[in-house]
Design a protein around this ligand. Structure first.
Ligand SMILES: [Zn+2]
Length: 463
C-alpha cells in the first residue's frame, strides 16, 4: 500500500448502518484507511450470517464525557479518556467543561486540544463550553468567543444552570450562535445531602432520598424557559442530558409533540441498572422488581460507593421508562456521562463518595445486554449511539453528515463480536477511572477494532 492508513477486510459480518436505516449480512473493505467498499450480501451468500456474531457499525458518538484534564489528571487525562473511548467503540466524544479551571474561555480549550493532539489518538474530541464563568452560575461566560473557538454547545454540567434568568440569556445567546444548551436538570434545594433515589430501597438502607421531583421540576423549568425564548429566537435549542425518571421523559415527550426543539439523552446505567444494586442485587433493570430482599436477589455487599451517581440509579419503572423513551424516539441518544474518579474520592463510605461511573468502556456491553434481553432492537441501539447524538450536534463533527458506513470516506467504525463476552477488570480498562459497579461482570460484545478518521484507534490484543 502506498499510504500509511490501515487495511482491513471483514467478510460475512452483520453490518448496521443507521444512516441508511439498514442492517444485514455484508462485507467491508478498508484500504489505506479509506472505507472502499460496503457490500450487502443476500441469497446464498448471506447464509449463516446473523446479528449475533461479528457486527460492523459506525464509530459511536458520546455527547457527555468528563476527561478531568486540566486539573484532576489522577482521575483521567485527555489521552487516557480518548483511549477509553476507542476501547468502547467511540470515535467522537464531547468533553464537559467542569475541569479545573473550567472550560469557560478559549485558552482552556486550546490546552485540551493540545493534549488531544499530543495523545496521538485519532478519536475526535469535541468540547462543550461552560454557560457561566467558572461554572459559578452568576455571570454568563463569553459564549461568542467560545463558539468562535469551536465548542459544540454550552453546559454547566456537574451542576444545573442554577439561575433561571441566566439560563434564559444563555438559551438566547447560544441559539443566536446556532448551538444547544446542554442541561443537567436538577433542583438542588431538593437534593442537598441526598444519597440515593427516594424510594423503597433508600428507605430500607437508611440513605437520604433523592426525589424524582428534583429532576422533573428542573426539566419543566427548562422547557418553559425554552418556549419563552423561542418567541424571539426560533433557533434556540435545549438538550437535556442524563434524564432518569419516567416523569422527566414524559415532559420531553409532550414538549416534542408540541414541536419544541428539545432533545435528550439517557445513560446506559440508568436504563439497565436500578437502585436495587445499592442493596447488593446485580440483576438488570428489566429483571428487577424493586424489592431485591423478598426476591432473594442479593448477591453482593450493599452500599458499593461505585453506584453513587448523579442523578441516582432509579427504580425499575424509571429504567423501563428510559428504554421506552429510546424506543419511541423521545430520547435521541445514549450518552455515557463517563465520570472517572480516583480511589481516594470513590472508595469511601457510600454517602461520602463523589458521584459518577466510569462508563465509556462498558456502555456497549450494557446496551447489548438490553438488546440480548429483547428490550431494544440492535438497529435502534446503534442509532442512539451514532446518528442520534450526531443530529444533536447538528453536523459539528469532522464526520458531519456522514455518520454511517460511507464508501469513499475515511473509515470511522467499530467492529465487535456479540458472541464474545469479556470480563470487566480494573487492569483491562484504559480509563484511569476504575470506578464502575460492573467490575468482575461479564458483558456481551467485545470490541475487536475501532477505526477513527481512517486510523487505528483500538485493536483487541488477540484480534
Ligand atoms: Zn450531569
Amino acid at each position: 500500500m502506498s499510504g500509511s492508513g490501515p487495511d482491513l477486510e471483514i467478510s460475512r459480518a452483520w453490518l448496521v448502518d443507521p444512516a441508511a436505516g439498514r442492517e444485514g449480512p455484508g462485507e467491508i473493505v478498508v484500504i489505506d484507511g479509506i472505507l472502499e467498499t460496503v457490500t450487502w450480501l443476500d441469497g446464498g451468500d448471506a447464509d449463516g450470517v446473523g446479528p449475533d456474531g461479528v457486527v460492523v457499525a459506525p464509530g459511536f458518538v458520546d455527547l457527555h464525557v468528563h476527561l478531568r484534564e486540566p486539573g484532576n489528571e489522577d482521575a483521567e487525562t485527555v489521552a487516557s479518556g480518548l483511549a477509553a473511548a476507542a476501547h468502547g467503540g467511540f470515535t467522537t466524544v464531547c468533553a464537559m467543561p467542569n475541569t479545573t479551571p473550567a472550560l469557560d474561555e478559549p485558552g482552556v480549550l486550546a490546552g485540551v486540544r493540545a493534549a488531544a493532539e499530543a495523545s496521538g489518538s485519532p478519536v475526535e474530541l469535541l468540547a462543550i463550553g461552560a454557560v457561566s464563568l467558572g461554572r459559578g452560575g452568576e455571570q454568563l461566560a463569553a459564549l461568542g468567543e467560545l463558539a468562535d473557538a469551536g465548542v459544540v454547545g454550552f453546559s454547566d454540567d456537574g451542576a444545573p444552570v442554577r439561575s433561571a434568568s441566566i439560563l434564559r440569556s444563555a438559551l438566547a445567546y447560544a441559539g443566536a450562535l446556532g448551538l444547544p444548551i446542554v442541561e443537567h436538570a436538577e433542583e438542588q434545594s431538593l437534593t442537598d445531602g441526598a444519597e440515593a433515589n427516594d424510594g423503597f430501597v433508600a428507605t430500607v438502607l437508611g440513605l437520604r432520598g433523592w426525589p424524582a421531583a428534583a429532576e422533573e421540576m428542573a426539566v419543566a423549568r427548562d422547557i418553559a424557559i425554552l418556549g419563552d425564548v423561542l418567541r424571539d429566537l426560533p433557533s434556540a435549542r435545549l438538550h437535556l442530558t442524563h434524564l432518569s425518571t419516567a416523569g422527566s421523559l414524559d415532559l420531553v415527550r409532550r414538549a416534542k409533540a408540541t414541536g419544541l426543539p428539545v432533545t435528550c439523552d439517557v445513560t446506559p446505567h440508568h436504563l439497565a441498572l436500578t437502585d436495587e444494586w445499592i442493596a447488593g442485587a446485580r440483576r438488570w433493570a428489566w429483571d428487577a422488581s424493586g424489592d431485591p430482599w423478598s426476591d432473594d436477589a442479593i448477591t453482593s455487599s450493599p452500599y458499593d460507593p461505585s453506584l453513587r451517581v448523579n442523578p441516582p440509579l432509579r427504580a425499575p419503572d424509571d429504567a423501563a421508562a428510559c428504554l421506552a423513551a429510546l424506543l419511541d424516539g423521545t430520547a435521541d441518544a445514549i450518552a455515557t456521562d463517563h465520570a472517572p474518579h480516583t480511589e481516594v474520592d470513590k472508595v469511601v463510605e457510600f454517602g461520602q463518595a463523589v458521584n459518577g461511573i466510569s462508563g465509556l468502556e462498558t456502555a456497549l456491553g450494557v446496551v447489548l445486554a438490553a438488546v440480548d434481553a429483547g428490550r431494544l432492537p440492535l438497529l435502534r441501539a446503534i442509532e442512539a449511539l451514532t446518528t442520534g447524538p450526531a443530529s444533536v450536534l447538528g453536523g459539528r463533527s469532522r464526520r458531519a453528515g456522514s455518520v454511517g458506513l460511507v464508501e469513499g470516506a475515511p473509515a470511522d467504525l467499530v467492529v465487535f463480536d456479540r458472541s464474545e463476552r469479556w470480563t470487566v477488570t480494573a487492569d483491562g480498562l484504559a480509563s484511569r477511572g476504575k470506578n464502575t459497579p460492573l467490575l468482575g461482570m461479564a458483558l456481551p460484545g467485545r470490541v475487536l477494532v475501532t477505526l477513527a478518521a481512517g486510523r487505528i484507534a483500538y485493536v483487541a490484543p488477540e484480534a
